[in-house]
Design a protein around this ligand. Structure first.
Ligand code: FAD
Length: 250
């Protein structure tokens, strides 16, 4: 399965945000026409969150309504911590009108356990990731070991909640902990999914599918690739070589 992300963030005009909305509406049409096993991921700053919250909520609602019309789903990605509360509030507000939307929680933030407890009270679907933005020690665990320990705690909360969630990581230790928790608690392989980025650990993606797990690949596309690429580079400098090799291969 896939989640398609039309690359873009920090729209500075309402017409840019509306253009992104139009693109998402079309993506849902195409997914249905082509009968793809795909949903969609978007970023709220691409849809005008920093311009006007009501305006952004209106655009998101129209996308979610289109998703629901096709029995599909919109995932709202999580951006830097300055946007966390506003993202959760907006998702909650849109979800009250239409439940075909979920969001993302980052294990590196201290606040995430509380956020998950809150999101679960209204059955919101969550994608759990470690977190990709540069954050200060005031809001996020500075040590990788603490982020990983929190990831495992939050994964257990999600899987045991009875709602369908996504465990997004390429880390074999996080994946192993998830598989063990599901098996020990009679949680079926169909009751959650793993998610990974397009092109990262394809060997692991294939192995999980072979073992009967649901796996969704996050596929970013479009011209506005620079901030996405810089985050991937920051978490793994070897990605520069990976990109250059693939540029010259095609
Ligand atoms: C589907 C999906 C959606 C995401 N959505 C968001 C979001 O909305 N907000 C957000 O802040 N973050 C998001 N992220 C990014 C996430 O927060 C992490 O930054 C990223 O996944 C790296 O963390 P990790 O769990 O893979 O573990 P890490 O501890 O970073 O890595 C574990 C191992 O995985 C492999 N690996 C990890 N990353 C890469 C890479 N880029 N290239 C090659 N190998 C790699 C390496 O072998 C590494 O040793 C998303 C990630 C995924 C998979």
């Amino acid at each position: 399965m896939a989640s398609l992300d039309y690359l873009g963030e920090n729209a500075s005009t309402t017409s840019d945000a509306q253009r992104a909305r139009d693109e998402y509406l079309e993506i849902f049409e195409t997914i249905a026409q082509e009968k793809l096993h795909a949903n969609v991921s978007c970023k709220l700053t691409q849809l005008g969150l920093d311009i006007n919250t009501d305006f952004c909520a209106g655009l998101v609602l129209s996308i979610v309504e289109r998703a629901a019309a096709f029995d599909n789903f919109l995932r709202v990605d999580m951006e830097g911590s300055a946007h966390t509360q506003r993202t959760i509030d907006l998702v909650k507000r849109v979800r009250e009108r239409n439940p075909a939307v979920g969001t993302v929680i980052q294990a590196y933030l201290y606040r995430s356990e509380k956020d998950i407890a809150d999101l679960l009270t209204y059955g919101c679907r969550v994608r759990l990731c470690k977190g990709a933005y540069k954050e200060s020690e005031d809001v996020a665990y500075p040590k990788k070991a603490d982020v990983d320990a929190n990831y495992v705690r939050l994964m257990q909360m999600l899987l045991s909640s009875g709602f369908y969630h996504a465990i997004a990581t390429h880390d074999p230790r996080m994946i192993g902990a998830t598989i063990r928790h599901a098996a020990a608690n009679q949680i079926s392989k169909d009751d959650f999914e793993f998610q990974m980025l397009y092109g990262v650990r394809t060997d692991l993606q294939r192995r999980l599918v072979k073992d009967g797990y649901r796996v969704r690949i996050y596929i970013p596309f479009g011209n506005d690739w620079f901030p996405y690429f810089m985050r991937r580079l920051a978490e793994r400098p070897a990605n520069l070589g990976f990109m250059i090799r693939n540029l010259f291969r095609s």
